[in-house]
Write a new protein. Sequence first.
Length: 187
Amino acid sequence: MTTKSFLFNREPLWVENRSGTRHTLPESIQSWTYEPGSLTQRLRDYYGDAIGVKVLLQQWSTPFLSERRLLQLHENKYSLIREVLLHADGKPLILARTIIPAKTIKGAKRNLAHLGNRPLGEVIFSYPKLERIEMDVALINPPTWTPPAIAEGYIDRPIWGRRTVYAIAHRQMLVSEFFLPGVLEMG
């Protein structure tokens, strides 16, 4: 049996990013949530080559209901689900969950299916036709996370996250990023 997630016991409750949402977020979260460029690049600018990726889960499975709705996927369609931890020399910074439908992988010439330990941001931000379609935000309380995710991310408080629908040549994918306490220390 495949699992839908290494990170979550249940699907997080997302809120649509609307005009004014930014001002409801703590200041330390705002700059990460509304970062226009690659979070990976921002981490590299700060930590240099110390940034690493630990793949926690990568498998073909059916995404959560809200993820399928956002990407307009049929219930029985599998997508590549990838969950990772971005860290600096082992210090947890960002947990991420990516949903990549098969048609998006084909459109990206399969680069997205073979990331290994490369950060997704380095790949997708190299595409000249990358578009951001929409974004949601969430505050995720510890009971929503699985015990292994809590251990990987040193989660001991509610964690803010964003999820963004990106399109490469009009083929969509969903990237959810969760800002761990270690990344908020960067300012």
